[in-house]
Design a protein. Structure first.
Lengths: 113, 111
């Protein structure tokens, strides 16, 4: 069964550093998302992406965040200057044109020290 | 988006049938009911979706009464590996729509 993959599985970074989280959505999917989950809290929507542009973003997704689909397979989330409160699991998801369900990746655990 | 209410947590035993009920009194005509499952330290996973009556797949059944103001996710003969958080979501089916997750129901299966 096709699946969404994410790398790295765990990223440790120092406050103020830039991080790039990488996702490979399912190959024929067209809609892409990033969510995050702070430990013990709800899964929160960050951003959705379609046709090479952001469809919607949440209040969390401020100027420190950006997304990119640099080629036909990768979908990245960049945090320009990380803060301690950015520590969370970050999930990528994708949806195809033939389905309404979102397929989530296994997540990247980001730890900001 | 219709507000949903589901139990915060439930315990059950291996081999039992588990029913998790979700209330959504303000469900709209175009809304569907969708359930996701999240295992610890993993991403959410779609389980089942329905509009009315009953839907069944290899994982679960979803029962929706005629007024659609509630729904019940039924997991037959659970095992320890069914320990997870289960989220009830109500909304229109749009492919580019975000999912707004609530706290879900934390299901704990005991041996």
């Amino acid at each position: 069964e096709p699946e969404v993959t994410q790398t790295p599985s765990h990223q440790v970074t120092q406050m103020g550093q830039e991080v790039i989280l990488r996702c490979v959505p399912i190959s024929n999917h067209l809609y892409f998302y990033w969510y995050r989950q702070i430990l013990g809290q709800k899964v929160e929507f960050l951003v959705s992406f379609y046709n090479n542009e952001i469809s919607e973003k949440s209040e969390i997704f401020d100027d420190q965040f950006s997304v990119e689909r640099p080629d036909g397979s990768n979908f990245t989330l960049k945090i320009r200057s990380t803060k301690l409160e950015d520590s969370a699991m970050y999930f990528c998801a994708s949806t195809g044109s033939d389905s309404y369900e979102q397929y989530f990746g296994p997540g990247t655990r980001l730890t900001v020290t | 988006l219709a507000k949903t209410t589901q139990p915060i947590s439930m315990d059950s035993y291996e081999g039992q049938e588990v029913n998790i009920t979700c209330s959504h009194n303000n469900i709209a005509t175009n809304d569907y009911i969708t359930w996701y499952q999240q295992f610890p330290s993993q991403g959410p996973r779609f389980i089942i979706q329905g509009y009315k009556t009953k839907v069944t797949n290899e994982v679960a059944s979803l029962f929706i009464p005629a007024d659609r103001k509630s729904s019940t996710l039924s997991l037959p003969r659970v095992s320890l590996s069914d320990t997870a958080v289960y989220y009830c979501l109500v909304g229109e089916r749009n492919r580019d729509d975000k999912i707004i997750f609530g706290k879900g129901t934390r299901l704990h299966i005991l041996p």
